[in-house]
Design a protein around this ligand. Structure first.
Ligand code: HEM
Length: 433
C-alpha cells in the first residue's frame, strides 16, 4: 500500500498509466478503503458519467480538496441541479458573440505587445495564456477587467491549487486550521481570492456601471434558491471563485499545449496559418468567423485529446454496480482519466500521434472523447472555451510563427489540478510578413 502512495505522489498519471497497462480497463487499487477502481473502458465511463450519473456523486477526495479553495461552488458541489439552473443563462450560445469580440481584442493586444519585442524573441507562453484567459473570464462573466489583478489572482489560484494537489495525493493531511506552511499558503491564497470577489461585488453595487447584458454576477445577485431565498454571501463567493478557477487554468493549459504541439509540428502550423490568413484581418473576429476555422478547431480538439487539462475525474458509487464486467461495491471510488481514455488503442488509431485531421475526416468515435467530461456534470464552459481558444489561436497564428528555442522540445508535464508543462513553456516567436 505504501509504495502505491509514494508512486502516486511522484507522478499520479504515470502511476495510473502503469496500472492500466498491467491490469486493463478496470483495475482495483491496492488500497483497502475505500475500494478504489481505475476505469478506462469508454463504455463503462459513460455509464458512470451519463447513464447512471445519479448514482455516482462528487463526494471524493479530489473534490473535497478542491472545495478548500472553491467551497461548494458548481464544480465541487455534490448536487448541482439548482446551481446549474441559476448559472446556465450566462453560458447561453448568444453570449458567445460578445465573448469572441473581446477575446480577439485581448489577442490583438497581446500580439501588439509581442510585435514590440525584438524579432525572434523567446516568450513565456504559459503566463501569457494564463493572463489572457483570466482577463476573458473576468470580462465575459463578471463584466470586469481583472487584468490589473491578473498576476495576483493567477498566483493565488495556482498557490491554492498546489495545496489542493498536495492534499489530494496523500490519504491523511492535517486539518486546515493547523498552521502548517501549506495551510498558511492556502489561507493566503483564499484571502487574495476573497479580496478579488469583494472588489467585483463592490463594483456591481456602485451605480456607475451600466450594462445591457446579464452576466454571472447579476445572475448570482438576483438568484433565488428553491426555497425562494437569496444566495448567501458565501454561496456567491464560492461560485465566483469556481468560475475564476475553472475558467482560466483549463483554457490556459489547453492553449499552452496547443502552441507547443504546433511548434513541434511546423507543417501543421503552416496549414493553420494559411487557414487563419483567409479569415483574420485587422478588424475584430466575430462569432461567424469561427465556423471558417475548422482546422484551428481540430487542432484544439486534438491537443485536448493528447493533453486534457482536466486529466482526472472521480466519482463515488452510491450503490453497488457492475462496471466493465466487474462488480463494484457501494461506496467505491471510481477514477477515470480522459488522458488514458483518449489513448485507448481500441478507439484511437496511433493514439500517441498528433493528428488533427482525425477530427476532420469523421473517423473519431466521440464516445471515447471526454475532455469536458460528460452527462449532467458536463463542463458548463465548454462552448465558451472552444470559442475562446479558436479565436485566440487564429489571431496569434495569423501574426506569428512559433518554434522551440535551440535545444528545447516538447515539455514534460506535471499532472496537478490541470496538466501543465513542468517548467512552463517558452517559445521563440517570429512575426509573419
Ligand atoms: C479547455 C478548457 C476546459 C476544460 C478542458 C474543462 C474541463 C472540464 C471538465 C472535464 C469538467 C467535468 C468535471 C467532472 O465531471 O468531474 C468541467 C466542469 C466544469 N467546468 Fe470546465 N473546462 C474548461 C473550461 C471551462 C470554462 C471556460 C469554464 C467557465 C467559464 C468552466 C467551468 C466549469 C464548471 C463550473 C464545471 C462544473 C460543472 C458541473 O459540475 O455541473 N470550464 N470542466
Amino acid at each position: 500500500m505504501l509504495p502505491a502512495f509514494a508512486a502516486i505522489r511522484r507522478n499520479p498519471l504515470d502511476y495510473l498509466h502503469a496500472i492500466w497497462r498491467r491490469y486493463g480497463d478496470i483495475a482495483q487499487f491496492p488500497i483497502p478503503r475505500p475500494p478504489s477502481y481505475l476505469l478506462t473502458d469508454p463504455v463503462a465511463v459513460r455509464r458512470v458519467l451519463v447513464d447512471q450519473a445519479r448514482h455516482y456523486t462528487k463526494d471524493t477526495l479530489q473534490y473535497r480538496a478542491l472545495a478548500l479553495v472553491t467551497g461548494q461552488g458548481l464544480l465541487a458541489s455534490k448536487d448541482a441541479r439548482e446551481q446549474r439552473r441559476i448559472l446556465q443563462p450566462a453560458f447561453h450560445p448568444e453570449r458567445l458573440a460578445p465573448l469572441v469580440v473581446h477575446v480577439d481584442y485581448a489577442g490583438m493586444q497581446l500580439a501588439a505587445q509581442w510585435h514590440r519585442l525584438e524579432s525572434a524573441s523567446v516568450v513565456d507562453i504559459e503566463s501569457a495564456m494564463a493572463k489572457i484567459a483570466l482577463e476573458t473570464v473576468g470580462h465575459a462573466l463578471f463584466g470586469q477587467d481583472l487584468s490589473h489583478d491578473a498576476e495576483r489572482l493567477v498566483s493565488a489560484t495556482l498557490d491554492g491549487l498546489s495545496v489542493v494537489i498536495a492534499r489530494a495525493r496523500v490519504p491523511i493531511a492535517p486539518p486546515s486550521w493547523v498552521p502548517t506552511p501549506r495551510n498558511r499558503q492556502l489561507r493566503h491564497a483564499n484571502a487574495e481570492l476573497d479580496g478579488a470577489v469583494d472588489r467585483l461585488l463592490h463594483s456591481r453595487t456602485s451605480p456607475a456601471v451600466t450594462r445591457q447584458t446579464t452576466d454571472v454576477l447579476d445572475l448570482l445577485m438576483q438568484a433565488k434558491d428553491d426555497s425562494g431565498s437569496n444566495l448567501t454571501a458565501t454561496q456567491i463567493r464560492d461560485e465566483i471563485v469556481t468560475m475564476i478557477v475553472a475558467g482560466h487554468e483549463t483554457v490556459a493549459s489547453a492553449m499552452t499545449w496547443c502552441l507547443a504541439l504546433l511548434a513541434e509540428h511546423p507543417e501543421i502550423q503552416q496549414r493553420v496559418q494559411m487557414e487563419a490568413d483567409a479569415v483574420v484581418t485587422d478588424q475584430r473576429l466575430s462569432i461567424t468567423d469561427l465556423s471558417r476555422l475548422p482546422l484551428a478547431r481540430a487542432v484544439i480538439d486534438e491537443s485536448l485529446r493528447l493533453y486534457p487539462p482536466a486529466w482526472l475525474i472521480t466519482r463515488k458509487a452510491q450503490i453497488e454496480d457492475e462496471l466493465a464486467q466487474a462488480r463494484i461495491p457501494a461506496g467505491s471510488l471510481v477514477i477515470m482519466s480522459p488522458y488514458l481514455v483518449h489513448r485507448h488503442p481500441e478507439y484511437w488509431t496511433r493514439p500517441e500521434q498528433f493528428n488533427p485531421d482525425r477530427f476532420l475526416d469523421g473517423s473519431v468515435d466521440r464516445s471515447a472523447y471526454l475532455p469536458f467530461g460528460a452527462g449532467p456534470r458536463l463542463c458548463i464552459g465548454r462552448d465558451f472555451a472552444y470559442a475562446e481558444a479558436v479565436a485566440l489561436l487564429a489571431r496569434l497564428t495569423s501574426q506569428f510563427s512559433f518554434a522551440f528555442p535551440e535545444g528545447a522540445g516538447m515539455p514534460r508535464f506535471d499532472p496537478g489540478v490541470t496538466m501543465r508543462p513542468i517548467d512552463g513553456l517558452q517559445l521563440r516567436i517570429a512575426p509573419r510578413g
